[in-house]
Design a protein around this ligand. Structure first.
Ligand SMILES: [Zn+2]
Length: 232
């Protein structure tokens, strides 16, 4: 039985909200990021210098801040205990660059404070990576061999893991932005009139994580619906 052809309508119904939200989120982020990349910060500091100051003030003086290629590839690596900023944000002296750099430093502060949800997210990374890889293999095999029905319970477990990961990611991202803004204002790296811009950039970035969660929830709902129909 080929579920994939039979229930195309249901599939789109479950997946379209996440897809539309994802497109909207990416549009918002690129628009907002570009807009505030043209707004220089009054402090005149680069993203790298901003992150450095936040880390130093927290006592993380030996944590490296490094430059990575790519667009918005910025991240904190908890295994290396290092901050990686994309070239634009590493060298940039704009509201966007400083906001993103401070957000990544916010993740380092979460790690330092052993913030519970950050720890949980870190613990879920291996399972999530395995689940994402397994999904591709199982989905393709299921389609080719017509065994999607047999694979359904495994696919549901996979999407439960992925959805749980996205669910935990959301508050971790908002908390990193909250810590970032707190430090930026406290250390005088961002002035009163620049607050709004920083918030807009970070909120736009967070929306992409909301979209990812809605997408996984939609896929999980679809496979759950298939399993329910199957039992009838
Ligand atoms: Zn983040």
């Amino acid at each position: 039985m080929y579920y994939t052809f039979q229930s195309m309508g249901l599939y789109w119904l479950c997946v379209i909200p996440g897809l539309l939200l994802g497109m909207w989120a990416h549009f918002r982020l690129s628009h907002t990021y570009r807009k505030y990349s043209d707004v220089p910060v009054e402090s005149g500091q680069t993203g790298a210098a901003t992150a450095r100051q936040i880390l130093d003030r927290a006592g993380l003086t030996d944590m490296p801040v490094e430059e990575v290629p790519g667009h918005l590839t910025d991240h904190y690596d908890p295994t290396k205990r290092a901050l990686f900023l994309s070239s634009d944000n590493y060298h940039g002296r704009s509201v966007s660059a400083v906001g993103v750099a401070a957000h990544e430093a916010g993740h380092a502060l979460q790690h330092q404070a052993a913030y519970g949800l950050f720890q949980l997210r870190m613990a879920l990374v291996p399972a999530t990576q395995f689940a994402s890889g397994a999904y591709m293999v199982i989905f393709l095999l299921g389609m080719v061999l017509g065994l999607l029905k047999v694979a359904l319970p495994i696919i549901i477990v996979i999407f439960t893991i992925i959805t749980l990961f996205q669910l935990v990611t959301l508050p971790v991202e908002y908390d990193a932005s909250r810590r970032a803004k707190e430090q930026l204002f406290r250390l005088g790296l961002v002035h009163e009139h620049e607050r709004g811009g920083v918030s807009k950039v970070l909120n736009a970035a967070a929306l992409t994580y909301v979209a990812a969660l809605v997408t996984s929830l939609g896929q999980l709902a679809y496979y759950l619906a298939l399993a329910r129909d199957d039992r009838r």
